[in-house]
Design a protein around this ligand. Structure first.
Ligand SMILES: NC(=O)C1=CN([C@@H]2O[C@H](COP(=O)(O)OP(=O)(O)OC[C@H]3O[C@@H](n4cnc5c(N)ncnc54)[C@H](OP(=O)(O)O)[C@@H]3O)[C@@H](O)[C@H]2O)C=CC1
Ligand SMILES: Cc1cn([C@H]2C[C@H](O)[C@@H](COP(=O)(O)OP(=O)(O)O[C@H]3O[C@@H](C)C(=O)[C@@H](O)[C@H]3O)O2)c(=O)[nH]c1=O
Ligand SMILES: [Mg+2]
Length: 290
């Protein structure tokens, strides 16, 4: 099986490349400068030469706060660009696995969101990613959309690396405690993508297509996540860093973020037999990578 994935230095693409090297699955990263999602003309050509069996659409504009001041760029990458990648997959007759986000939801629901729940994004980034989901589904019925949440890894930029960086010069940090979701390792996402790709490349069943939620097991607030990071850091002989738990109002940001980012993963478990490990366990594995 030959997989093409969009992006080059990002968390999910780098995790996929690592898993591909470990398992012998052929994975090609397609991204800037030869393929720029903001330039649809560069997308079609990028895949025809590769002849992949499946395209993983992982690349995205992920700067949540910056998106509030450059919506056109966020939409051109996350909506039009994603649609063009799905179209390229349809043109060569292969499935597209597209990664989306919990930020398509308002966060007002009391319990974890399932795939059937109404979406109502409250940020430009969330709106651009929802438009991308619709563009992908319209361009290629042979699609799997995976919504994930709070992604971290040894690669790229993420909350875990931000906390570790800030902890080098601070002995305590203020972190919001009223936004709840589930930290998800990009390495676990890569494992799930490989398992899903293996199935959809050979099995045309409609039940394997559509939208699925994919997150680590368990739940946490960002403050819980930070506390777990620093407990692990102290345990491995690192600095002791305190976390002051604050309300969102005390940490103003340009973008609004959902209070509840929890996603219910039962549909993926039922359909594919996939459920990711507990987030605390996966976090420890990633921290050993530093
Ligand atoms: N990070 C998170 O917490 C979450 C992420 N997601 C989704 O998961 C997916 C992967 O996220 P993640 O791995 O964290 O992404 P990163 O922020 O780590 O990396 C973004 C990737 O997108 C690529 N990219 C950005 N703009 C363009 C462009 N114009 N043309 C081509 N490539 C571009 C980057 O390319 P380059 O390598 O050239 O820099 C990079 O590889 C995304 O679709 C994101 O929306 C969903 C939920 C949570
Ligand atoms: C750095 C920092 C952040 N925070 C808060 C701000 C915010 O509400 C929360 C998360 O901060 P970040 O900006 O790192 O996380 P953010 O970029 O919002 O992460 C999001 O990325 C996109 C791509 C997604 O798709 C989402 O699932 C989610 O993972 O933590 C603190 O309270 N204290 C701090 O010191
Ligand atoms: Mg961010």
């Amino acid at each position: 099986m030959r997989i093409a994935v969009t992006g080059k230095q990002g968390q999910v693409v780098q995790s996929l490349l690592r898993r591909g090297a470990e398992t012998g699955v052929e994975i090609s990263a397609v991204g800037r400068p030869e393929m720029d999602l903001a330039d649809p003309a560069s997308i079609a050509a990028a895949f025809s030469a590769l002849r992949p069996d499946v395209i993983v659409s992982a690349a995205a504009y992920t700067a949540v706060d910056k998106a509030e001041s450059e919506p056109e760029l966020a939409f051109s990458v996350n909506a039009a660009g994603a649609g063009a990648v799905a179209e390229a997959a349809a043109r060569i007759g292969v499935p597209v696995i597209h990664i989306s986000t919990d930020y398509v939801f308002s966060g007002d629901k009391a319990s974890a969101y399932s795939e059937e729940d109404a979406t109502a994004p409250i940020s430009v980034y969330g709106r651009s990613k929802l438009a991308g989901e619709k563009a992908v589904a319209a361009a290629n019925p042979n699609h799997v959309i995976l919504r994930t949440c709070w992604v971290y890894s040894p690669f790229g930029a993420n909350f875990l690396k931000t906390m570790l960086r800030l902890s080098e010069t601070r002995d305590h940090l203020s972190v919001v405690a009223d936004q709840t979701g589930c930290p998800t390792s990009a390495l676990d996402i890569a494992d799930a993508i490989l398992a899903i790709a293996t199935r959809v490349v050979t099995d045309p069943a409609p039940s394997l297509r559509g939208t699925f939620h994919l997150t680590g097991s368990g739940e946490a607030s960002w403050a819980d996540f930070a506390e777990e990071i620093f407990a692990e850091l102290a345990k491995s002989g690192g600095r002791t860093v305190g976390v002051e738990r604050i309300p969102t109002a005390d940490y103003p940001t340009p973008a609004k973020r959902p209070a509840n980012s929890r996603l219910n993963g039962d549909k993926l478990a039922r359909t594919y037999g996939i459920r990711l490990p507990d987030w605390k366990q996966s976090m420890k594995i990633v921290m050993r990578d530093f």
